[in-house]
Each structure stands twice: as C-alpha cells, then as structure tokens.
Design a protein. Structure first.
Length: 486
C-alpha cells in the first residue's frame, strides 16, 4: 500500500469528529484498585495491597463508546445492565460522556458485568470478575432491537461489540444487521466465539489472531495462513472486509481489493487492555466519516499503538493521533490536556520515577521562575507545571493580566529543559489537578510556608512532601511589569 503523507493522515484524523455511530453490545464496568504492596499476608502466601485509590470507567461496549467520544464522534448506545449498584454506576458514567445518547435498559435480577483489577507498582496483581452471561430476556432483546432500528437511521455506522455476555445472544445480531441494511447503514463487528454466521453480511469484522484461529478451526503460524483464514471467513459469511489485529505484528486487512498489511506502530507496550475496542472505534468512526477502509484501518493501527503504551483501559484522542503523526513539534509535545497529563504521569510512575509538581501564572518568564523550576526538577525525576488559564489569571490578577496568552506562556515553559509537562487549569487553585496527578513532590517558592501551600494536605495523604524553593531577590513578574512601565 502506498505511503500516505502525514498531512493527509492528519486531515483524516480531524474528519473523525464528524462521525455518528450507533453502538450495540455488552456494557461492563471496569474498576481499578491501586495501592502499595509492602508485605505478605500472615494468613496465606499472598501480597497485602494497601489501597490508595479506586477508579471506575465503562468497559466492553461502553469502552467503545468512550473511545468514540474521545475522537469527538457523536454516539448512540444501546445495551442492558442489571438492577444493581454496578449498573447504576455504569449508567452514570455513560451518561457523563460527551455527545452520547444512551439507551441502557435494565433487567431485574441480572448482575451487571464488573471486572475489578488490583494494581500495585504498575503491575496487575489480580482480576476479579462478577458477571452473568446468560442471554437477556427475550422481550428485553426485542425492545433493544426496536430501539436500535430507530436509532440507526440517525447515525451512519452500526457497531456490534460482542463480549458474549448475553446482550447479543441468539439471532439478535442478524436482526440488528437486517435493520441496518434496511436503513442503508454499514455494520462493523467486534466478534467473539466460533460461530461467525451470526454476523453474516457485516461490512467489516475485527477479530484478533486467536479469535480468527478459533472461528476457522485452524492454526495461524504465518502471515499467509492468516490471509487464507480471513479470506475463507469473508467468502463464507459475506463480509465486506476482515481486519485481523495481530498484536506486535500489526494488522492485516482483507477485502475485495486484496490484502494490506500494517506494521505495528507501538513504541512500547504497557497494557493491551481495551486495544480491540480502540481498533473497532477508530475503524467505525473512519467509515462513518467517509474514509476508505484501508485509511480507516491505518488510523486504527496508529491508535492501537497509542493505547497499548498507556496504563489500564485507555483511549486514543484526536490530540494523541495528531501528535503521533507530527512528532516534529518538539517542545510543544510537552503541553498536554489534563487527561493526557494524568496518563503521562501514570506511565512515568510505572517506570519508578518520582513526580514533581509546581504551578503558577508564569506571565513574563524571568530568572526567578527559571531558578525555581530548576530547583523543583532537582527534587524529582519528572516535573509537571500546572499553568493558570487566561481566565484564571484575570480573576486572580485583574483585567490587565495576563500580558501573554496561555498558549505563549505554555510554549515558553515547555521549551525549558527543567520542565517535562505543562498542563493548564481553569480553577482558581490547582487542588483538583494535584488530586488527579498525585505527585510525590509539591514545590512552591519560599515566600510561602508549608502550611500555606495549596494541596499540601493532599500530598501528605499519599506520602508525598512539600518543598520550598529559594527565591532570587528582586525577581518577580510584578517588578518586571513595573520596570516595563517605567
């Protein structure tokens, strides 16, 4: 396949935000319990995890929704949850996603699928699953199909995210595919099991290598064997295309135009959780935005390389894809949105690096700022700078400030060797940003006392420390502005 210029790929990434996608499938709740392991239990030869924090997010088909919204796409979501606390939590998380129209039906007496992962020092110690995979009630399935048949007309592509947890059991997939066909819509399937006749007529399916082997009953030791199996599956069930994800070997697309191989794009692998959801999301968004299947697959391959380099069930945002396509941006790569900064900090922490944090307006950067930042960097392995937005600066400093806009201030900070990440916050204080980043070192100037440092009490909760940097006499933004004004 001819190489596509990065500029054309970047334009294709921006088109993904125009997509409208209907997702139908098994919604799950992913819980992550983070903590420290410092001893072995006296009751049994197992580690004792001292829990520090817990995070919950949509999983399964819910993670497909999460990936689509991260790209800016509009999503309608149809699924079933149980009448339990996990179902209520999942409904709230889905409803909190931007650009989502949720249709989460409730089945009485059913357990919402929940996966709880226990993590310490960046390693997963244990996963506990709570689920009920029997088919949903027949009348509930009929109602779900009716809702999906109505919703598909308002979207461009239907995604069937099958985790074999009962939502897409029986003939439900065929009924949904028929509804999409009647509306003139395309269907993308993330399949499971060995009976792919359930997905017959889909436009594109995305099995991984193991799933393809299971579906065809063959071993797949070579690239040729993978192509042969995908071709057989495509012809047998009338699929428009088969996109095989092959882990460290990349992806292979088999369609009417032939075979295309995409080498893996991941520079390093931290966690493969949810990578398949990212692939189906980007492909579906690409097709919905009018991209050709090979181009959508290329973007999906890049996105998969991004998410496996993150911790936990992650997503690839538009900004992540654009950054991967334009690495020449240099220092500006250090400027990150909050979610991106949190993910970057988790990657650094997984490597055992000590995270430092400081914050300020940094309007008219002067030697005093540089001196403080160099001290801060000396107390940690990676330094994150929280930068007040323009609106925040005006509230704190008055209508005449800032002198430089937030983009310029962020760019100047990012150019310093002592700074590893710059992220903006719009609040009057950085306390929420500190809570999300959980740095080990919090740095402010010596014109504060430790008790006055915002976030100092939080730092103590997870064993961090507040450090006060010495100041250069006569160096301040106020003094600099006064000199400029004469």
């Amino acid at each position: 396949m001819p190489e596509i210029p990065a500029g054309d790929l970047a334009d294709a990434v921006r088109q993904l935000r125009r997509a409208s996608v209907l997702v139908v499938g098994d919604a799950m709740l992913d819980r992550y319990v983070y903590g420290r392991v410092q001893r072995v239990s006296p009751e049994a030869p197992v580690p004792v995890i001292a829990v520090e924090r817990e995070v919950a997010m949509p999983g399964g088909a819910g993670n497909v929704v999460r990936n689509l919204t991260a790209l800016g796409a509009a999503v309608a979501f149809v699924s079933v949850v149980g009448d339990d606390q996990a179902g209520s939590d999942l409904t709230g998380l889905i409803g909190g996603q931007p650009n989502v129209e949720p249709w989460l039906l409730v089945q009485g007496g059913r357990a919402t699928t929940t996966k709880t992962r226990f993590i310490a020092a960046g390693q997963q110690l244990l996963r506990a699953d709570h689920e009920q995979s029997s088919p949903i009630h027949e009348r509930l399935a009929e109602r779900m199909v009716r809702i999906a048949a109505d919703a598909v007309a308002a979207t461009t592509v239907m995604v069937l995210s099958d985790y074999q947890k009962g939502v897409l059991a029986g003939d439900t997939c065929q009924r949904l595919i028929a509804a999409a066909r009647a509306a003139g819509r395309r269907v993308v399937v993330d399949p499971k099991g060995n009976d792919y006749s359930r997905y017959a007529g889909a436009d594109l399916i995305t099995p991984n290598r193991a799933e393809l082997a299971q579906a065809t009953g063959t071993k797949l030791p070579t690239e040729e064997a993978i192509v042969a199996a995908a071709t057989s599956l495509r012809e047998k069930h009338g699929f428009g295309a088969v996109l095989v994800t092959r882990s460290e070997d990349g992806m292979t697309l088999v369609d009417a135009a032939g075979v295309r191989h995409f080498p893996a794009e991941a520079p390093e692998v931290h966690d493969v959780s949810g990578a398949g959801d990212t692939v189906v999301s980007v492909v579906a968004a690409g097709l919905a935005a009018g991209l050709a299947a090979p181009l959508a697959a290329r973007l999906a391959n890049i996105a998969a390389g991004i998410v496996v380099g993150k911790i936990g069930t992650a997503v690839a945002r538009e900004s992540d894809l654009l950054e991967a396509l334009t690495p020449e941006r240099g220092a500006l790569r250090k400027v990150m949105g909050r979610a991106q900064a949190v993910e970057q900090v988790e990657r650094w922490r997984r490597r055992g690096w000590r995270i430092g944090f400081t914050n300020g307006c940094f309007d008219l950067l002067h030697p005093g700022h540089v001196h403080l930042l160099e001290q801060a960097r000396g107390w940690c392995d990676r330094l994150v700078v929280g930068l007040n937005t323009d609106a925040s600066v005006k509230r704190l400093k008055g209508a005449s400030r800032p002198i430089q806009g937030e983009a310029a201030r962020a760019a100047v900070l990012a150019s310093l060797a002592s700074v590893d990440c710059v992220t903006l916050f719009d609040e009057d204080t950085p306390v929420e940003l500190i809570r999300q980043l959980r740095p080990e070192v919090l740095v402010k100037g010596a014109d504060y006392t430790v008790s006055q440092v915002v976030g100092g009490d939080l730092i103590g909760e997870w064993g961090g420390v507040v450090r006060l940097a010495e100041l250069l006499p006569g160096q301040s933004t106020t003094a600099t502005v006064a000199k400029i004004k004469g």
